[in-house]
Ligand binder design. Sequence first.
Ligand code: ZN
Length: 329
Amino acid sequence: MNNWDNIIGNEQVKEYLMTAIKTGILSHSYIIAGADGMGKMMLAKCFAQALLCENKTGHPCGQCHSCKQMQSGNHPDVIFVKHEKVNTIGVDDIRNGLVNDMLIKPYSSEHKIYIVDEAEKMSLQAQNALLKTIEEPPTYGIVILLTSNIEASLPTILSRCMVLNMKPVSDKQMDTYLKQKGLESRVIDRVLLFAQGNIGRAEKMALSEKFFSLVEQILYILKNIADMKFEQLLDSVDQLEKYKINITECLDYMQLWYRDVLLFKATSDGNLIVFKDEIRYISNAAKRSTYNGIESIMKAIEKAKRRLDANVNFELTMELLLLEIKDNS
Ligand SMILES: [Zn+2]
């Protein structure tokens, strides 16, 4: 059910939208920005439902006709703009799904709301087509762009939109939330490390059967890489390929590990590090590596992320990364 309370954290953004509904001071276009899993779509849906709710309290009542339509996913005045190709939102997607459609008045509400998910995939032409609409929208028209990469938006689009940034959720809030879901503390502790304030990621990880073996696999590599032979490295890459789908999380996890190594090298203070249980390994790695070496490793992890984003071959990318780590360990 769409409800502000179901969105964890992000109090300021929720408060802002609730006030906008109550006062009627609305923008015609919003950008909700944040990584996948941060709750952008939940926020957009809740906002749309609360705005169209017949009771107009700033909260979705869940009882009125409009709320029921929204909850069944069939609200005629809330349009989820679709796109034909997986990797791009083209000019025709925006023209047909939004620009032309907005000329038709709302069916039953005061507003007609368009939600564009993955707006970072909009082509330049698509953005330009959208620009005309958000410059002079009909009074009822509202556009909500959800983006995981705000840099991909044209400045002219940005300047027309109210930008709302999703913030990472505190570990305490995540802990409470995951406990309510019935997860054990042992699972939650590990998940929190991985999730770094991203509630969707935390949930996905916590519910994934592969999660623990993934963590074990990465920890094994991080702890032993200095002594691994080349064949063992290749074998590790094979093992990691099973978790290809979670590779971003894997790389984030590696970064966290080396941040600890760096911190421990600089301070020798075990209380500051995240991987407290693994202090023996962190301290060994800190002794073995130079500052420059740790920096090279951090850079190599960043580079691997960029390569994978650009669809460079998985095995090759990971081999190069593990070799770079080994060389500097
Ligand atoms: Zn309602």
